[in-house]
Design a protein around this ligand. Structure first.
Ligand code: ADP
Ligand code: MG
Length: 281
């Protein structure tokens, strides 16, 4: 097919030979299958902030490391320069997370290049070599559901040990490759240690996996892997080899009211951001 305008500069620079077809136009990006020499790869084009949903609004920008304070002020004020910087930070966050996670042994697509708002990466494929389906497109036996759920929990633990919470993990952002599940779509990944929303995001990620696979293996619905993981992480006892039980005893001591109220505020802010995102679609 004719290269869409946003891919033309990569064609001109020789990073892409031909554009094969469009794979998806998702919430925040358009994804194409491209040929580079003998290899078939995947090109993800980020939509501009104005057409993209608003999910960086509250949670995700918190504690993103921006060292230059002039830049920080510009980003906070939303000047043109600031908006461009925010945009660039958002887009490069996914490449950063991919490199960091691949180094930690997490199964993510291998990144090759990031150029003009386009991420060139490994095309995740099924046994036939076609673009792999999302979990959401597949029906599982109870055994396979348990197996994939368990292996994804290991990946989530590896990510957490590498200091990263995905933040949008669900059956829509995991592909089923020939060699097992592959986690994708990471521009909103947050720093596990520095972001106040990290715990809530981790719990949501793990709950999404539980609820999805729980459709096929209902015993999963009784598990509490997210709480267990976070408690071990916080106390410094989590490592990639930790055997999890899925059991978790919620503390029953005196209630820390300040903490409860902060959680309520956080949940409100997140709901407000969600409504803004829906309205922006
Ligand atoms: N590396 C990849 N290999 C194969 N398919 C991919 C790859 N990356 C993305 N896709 C496809 O494109 C879709 C959208 O990509 P994603 O990164 O989830 O962006 P969005 O923010 O639009 O959801 C995915 O659901 C998947 O079907
Ligand atoms: Mg996605």
């Amino acid at each position: 097919m004719k290269a869409p305008p946003r891919l033309q500069s990569l064609v001109d620079e020789g990073l892409i030979d031909t554009v094969v077809r469009q794979l998806m136009s998702g919430k925040e990006a358009m994804v194409y299958v491209v040929r580079c020499g003998d290899e078939t790869r995947c090109a993800k084009i980020y939509k501009e902030a104005t057409t993209r949903s608003f999910r960086q609004a509250v949670d995700y920008t918190e504690n993103r490391k921006v060292k230059n304070t002039r830049l920080q002020r510009a980003m906070a004020k939303g000047t043109k320069f600031g908006r461009q910087a925010t945009e660039a930070a958002w887009q490069s966050a996914e490449v950063d997370a991919l490199y960091r996670l691949a180094a930690a042994g997490v199964r993510v697509p291998e990144p090759y290049n990031f150029c003009d708002g386009v991420l060139l990466m490994e095309l995740v494929t099924d046994a036939e070599g076609d673009a792999a389906p999302r979990l959401n497109d597949v029906v599982f036996t109870p055994e396979d559901a348990l197996r994939h759920h368990a292996s994804l929990l290991v990946e989530v633990v590896r990510m957490l040990c590498a200091g990263v919470v995905h933040g949008d993990l669900s059956e829509f952002n995991v592909l089923l490759a020939a060699d097992g599940p592959v986690i994708i779509d990471l521009p909103q990944a947050v720093d596990a240690a520095g972001n106040n929303h990290a715990k809530r995001m981790l719990l949501r990620d793990v709950a999404n996996l539980k609820n999805f696979f729980g459709q096929f293996a209902p015993e999963l619905l009784q598990t509490h892997y997210g709480d267990e993981m976070w408690a071990l992480y916080e106390s410094g006892e989590l490592d990639p080899g930790t055997a999890l039980t899925g059991r978790f005893a919620h503390a029953t001591g005196p209630v820390d009211l300040g903490n409860v109220l902060r959680e309520v505020d956080d949940a409100r802010a997140e709901e407000a951001a969600r409504l803004v995102r829906m309205a922006a679609r």
